[in-house]
Design a protein around this ligand. Structure first.
Ligand code: ATP
Length: 261
C-alpha cells in the first residue's frame, strides 16, 4: 500500500495553475525525488503535502487517512514532517539540548517526566543517539550558534527525525552548503533509507540521481514521468523538457546545468 497518495491536486494562483491535476503515489521507505525546471510547481506541491497551503481541488491520503483538511501540526503528529520549516533551532542551546526538546515535543512529556531521573537519563541517551545519527556526536555539547551552516542543517534534520516521521519532506537540503557539507548531507540522507519515506526536492542532480529510488519529473504543474534513475535519464519527454532531443542525458550533471539556467 502507498504511504502517501496525491489524487488530482490542483493549486491555482489567479489564472496560473501551479499544480495541475497532479496525482502521485509515494511508497513506504522510498526516497522519491521531485525534479523539474524553475517554476514547475515543486515547492507548491510540498506546501500542499505539508499543509502550509490548501489545494483548490484534490485529495491527500496519508497512511490510509484522508488528511486534505488536517492542519500542518496534525500532519506532523501523524508522522508527516517537513524539515527546515517546522523545526526551529534554539541558538543558545547545545545540540543535545535542542534534540532533547524535540524528543519531548514528540513524547508530549510533562513536568512529571522530569521528576524521574531515570527518564531524564533516557531522554539524554536518545538525544545523543540522534546527535550521532546526524554526524554531530562530537559537537553534542556545542551551542547551536557556534555550528557551521552545514552543521545547522544537519541539526535541523535531527530535530525533524526526533519527531519519528514516516514521511519526511526535504526541500533543497543541499542549498547553500559547500562541497564538503553537501557530501555529508548526502551521506546523512542515505542513512534514512529504510527508516522513513523521503520526498526530496533538490537542484543538485548528482545528489538526486545518487539518492533517489524513484524520480518524478514535474513540468508546468504536471508529472510527465516517474521511474528509477535509468528510466528518467532515457525518457524522451524528460530529455525534451530539459535539454532538447539532440543532447544526451546520460550525464546527470548536464541536466543540472540546464535546470539551473
Ligand atoms: P523553483 O525551482 O524555482 O523553486 P518550483 O518548481 O518550486 O520553482 P513553485 O515555487 O511551486 O515552483 O512555483 C510554481 C508557479 O507558481 C510559479 O509560476 C510561481 O511563480 C507561482 N507561484 C508560487 N507561489 C505563488 C504565490 N504565492 N502567488 C502567486 N504565484 C505563485
Amino acid at each position: 500500500m502507498s504511504l502517501l497518495q496525491l489524487q488530482g491536486m490542483v493549486k491555482r494562483y489567479g489564472g496560473l495553475v501551479a499544480t495541475n491535476d497532479l496525482s502521485l503515489d509515494i511508497w513506504p521507505n522510498e526516497i522519491h525525488a521531485i525534479i523539474g525546471p524553475n517554476g514547475a510547481g515543486k515547492t507548491t506541491l510540498i506546501h500542499q503535502i505539508s499543509g502550509t497551503i490548501a489545494p483548490n481541488q484534490g485529495k491527500i491520503i496519508f497512511d490510509g487517512v484522508d488528511i486534505t483538511s488536517v492542519s500542518m501540526h496534525g500532519r506532523v503528529a501523524m508522522g508527516l514532517a517537513r524539515s527546515y520549516q517546522i523545526t526551529n533551532i534554539f541558538q543558545s542551546l547545545s545540540v543535545v539540548d535542542n534534540l532533547s526538546l524535540a524528543i519531548q515535543a514528540r513524547t508530549g512529556s510533562s513536568m512529571r517526566f522530569w521528576r524521574k531521573a531515570i527518564d531524564e537519563h533516557a531522554l539524554y541517551v536518545e538525544a545523543q543517539t540522534y546527535a550521532a545519527q546526524i554526524g554531530l556526536a562530537d559537537k553534542a555539547q556545542t551551542q547551536a550558534s557556534a555550528l557551521a551552516h552545514g552543521e545547522q542543517r544537519q541539526l535541523e534534520l535531527g530535530l525533524t527525525l526526533a519527531t519519528q516521521p514516516k514521511l519526511l519532506l526535504l526541500d533543497e537540503p543541499m542549498a547553500g552548503t559547500g562541497h564538503e557539507e553537501s557530501g555529508k548531507m548526502l551521506e546523512l540522507i542515505q542513512t534514512l533509507r529504510g527508516k522513513a519515506a523521503v520526498i526530496l526536492i533538490e537542484h543538485d542532480m548528482d545528489a538526486v540521481f545518487k539518492l533517489a529510488d524513484r524520480i518524478s519529473v514535474l513540468v508546468a504543474g504536471r508529472i510527465i514521468a516517474t521511474g528509477d534513475a535509468d528510466y528518467i535519464r532515457q525518457h524522451p519527454e524528460v530529455k525534451k523538457a530539459y535539454l532538447g532531443d539532440e543532447v544526451s542525458v546520460s550525464d546527470s550533471s548536464t541536466i543540472n546545468a540546464q535546470d539551473a539556467a
